[in-house]
Design a protein around this ligand. Structure first.
Ligand code: ZN
Length: 332
């Protein structure tokens, strides 16, 4: 491309994609070096996503969201293993044989609580692994009183990428067998969904006192959570823990809100094939799906970056503060 000239782009089949209603208000992501990403004002018109740009350099990359590469993932796993008290506890295998790493951070042998966080069941939702990147970055702090309090009482079990085959193949939602992993938690199998099967086996061996499943949402321009209110056996205890988590995250000053999100499930009507509901039900524990936007968090809009890798990392760090504040109350 010639810097200084104007180029127009049209993704003519955008209207045939999985979430075509989500293109309104979406702006494409671009970079000259694959490190710094910015938004390009875009328009969804007659089934096509259109944008134009006067590039500053001869080469430019476009993405749906700031990518989290497999190379970066491998660096993250290596960095995480250098954390105090960290180990690669187990490694599952995807259908195509890619590693699904389960990390454990344990700094007190007497810690009784088990906190699980998993990300990128939906492989296109790269903000989820950026969240894990921020969380692991904060765990490198050695003088962080909140972290010390958290790890005094709890071990962390972290799966930064649940669906490496899907990410490698550019899938938005599914693994190599075409399974949506976040609909496989009542029927996980070693053949069709070994990714979920692996994590479930590990959870049953260890136990779960709190579970967070990290995602991105194509349509809603806000950070939000979805809980287990539709589960059979949903109790006052779980409701109060959910409310506490949300309140603390807001008090923390995190980029988060509760006015916008998914419709709440009616009592007993939860879809228990979702990880959040399945784990919350099986372990009678606080469980949330955390959703970050592909667009922007409209409570604090940033038209230059939209929601970004950096902001996802910030949310991961803020969530650790909430876990620290709540760890003593997870069980009665
Ligand atoms: Zn998702």
């Amino acid at each position: 491309m010639q810097p200084g000239q104007r180029y127009g782009f049209s993704l003519v089949n955008a209207g045939q994609s999985s979430y075509k209603q989500a293109w309104h208000g979406y702006h494409a992501v671009a970079s000259y070096d694959q490190r710094t990403w910015f938004r390009v004002p875009s328009r969804f018109e007659e089934g096509a996503l259109n944008f134009d740009i006067e590039p500053q350099h001869a080469q430019i990359w476009f993405a749906y969201f700031e990518p989290y590469s497999r190379e970066r993932h491998e660096q993250l796993i290596a960095d995480a293993q250098r954390l105090a008290g960290a180990e690669l506890l187990a490694t599952g295998r995807s259908i195509e044989g890619r590693a699904i790493e389960l990390l454990r951070i344990s700094r007190n042998p007497q810690a009784s609580r088990k906190i699980w966080l998993i990300a990128q069941q939906h492989p296109g939702e790269h903000m989820a692994e950026w969240f894990m990147d921020g969380l692991i970055e904060r765990l490198q702090q050695t003088d962080d009183a909140e972290l010390s309090a958290l790890l005094e009482q709890a071990d962390l079990y972290i799966v930064p990428n649940m669906n490496p085959d899907g990410a490698y193949r550019g899938h938005l939602r599914t693994n190599h067998a075409g399974r949506d992993l976040n609909r496989a938690w009542q029927s996980a199998s070693e053949t069709d969904s070994p990714e979920v099967y692996f994590v479930q086996q590990q959870m049953r061996a260890v136990g779960v006192d709190l579970f967070l499943d990290i995602h991105g949402d194509e349509e809603i321009p806000h950070v939000f959570v979805a809980g287990c209110e539709g589960n059979p056996g949903y109790s006052m205890r779980l409701q109060s823990l959910e409310e506490q988590f949300k309140r603390l995250l807001i008090e923390q000053g995190a980029e988060f809100q509760t006015a916008f999100g998914y419709p709440r499930d009616e009592p007993g009507q939860a879809n228990t094939t979702l990880a959040c509901n399945a784990v919350g039900l099986e372990f009678d524990c606080l469980a949330f799906t955390i959703e970050m936007p592909f667009k922007d968090h409209d409570d604090r809009p940033n038209p230059h970056t939209g929601w970004s890798g950096e902001r996802s990392k910030g949310l991961g760090k803020d969530v650790l503060s909430v876990l620290a504040a709540m760890v003593g109350q997870l069980r009665e």
